[in-house]
Write a new protein. Structure first.
Length: 168
């Protein structure tokens, strides 16, 4: 195996993070939709597990429709990440032995999949859930935000790996 083929293989394998997490997110959210909306999303939006500071909890969302709508949006974003990353994997495999410019062009779908993944798990879970809805104040503390990081960081690393252009 050459260095070039090892680099290309690495980029393809790293795309499995957003691809598999996106598809498994869809599967998990659809198969347990009501329970996830009720037991995970609704308490987060309602900020029931925070310190209860009124200067912060004014942003809580307690409308009964909010949790299902939020879970649909989360599921859609995760699915988009999975779909785009999967298309990226297929295109990169198809162009594995192609010229550098053709391989670089095939990276676009994977990059978009990684970007969608970073948006949902980085911005969505770490920033919005973590700091807007204060999930870090919950019973598990900072683990709520770290959960988002567990998903976002490998996808960000995959994105960075894909950004490196093929040597000409």
């Amino acid at each position: 195996m050459t260095f070039a083929s090892a680099r290309r293989s690495t980029q393809i394998v790293l795309l499995l993070f957003p691809a598999l997490w996106g598809w498994l997110g869809l599967l998990n959210n659809v198969s347990g939709f009501a329970g996830t909306a009720e037991l995970a999303v609704a308490p987060l939006l309602a900020m029931t597990d925070t310190y209860g500071n009124p200067a912060q909890t004014w942003r809580a969302i307690t409308a009964p429709w909010a949790a299902p709508v939020a879970l649909v949006l989360i599921t859609a974003a995760e699915t988009v990440a999975g779909l785009l990353a999967t298309v990226g994997i297929v295109r990169l495999v198809q162009r594995f032995r192609a010229a550098p410019a053709a391989f670089d062009e095939a990276k676009v779908w994977g990059m978009l999949g990684c970007l969608a993944a970073v948006l949902v798990w980085g911005i969505g879970f770490m920033v919005i859930a973590g700091d807007w809805f204060l999930s870090w104040q919950g019973a598990n503390g900072i683990e709520g935000q770290l959960g988002g990081a567990i998903y976002a960081v490998p996808c960000l690393l995959a994105l960075l790996a894909l950004l490196a252009p093929e040597p000409r």
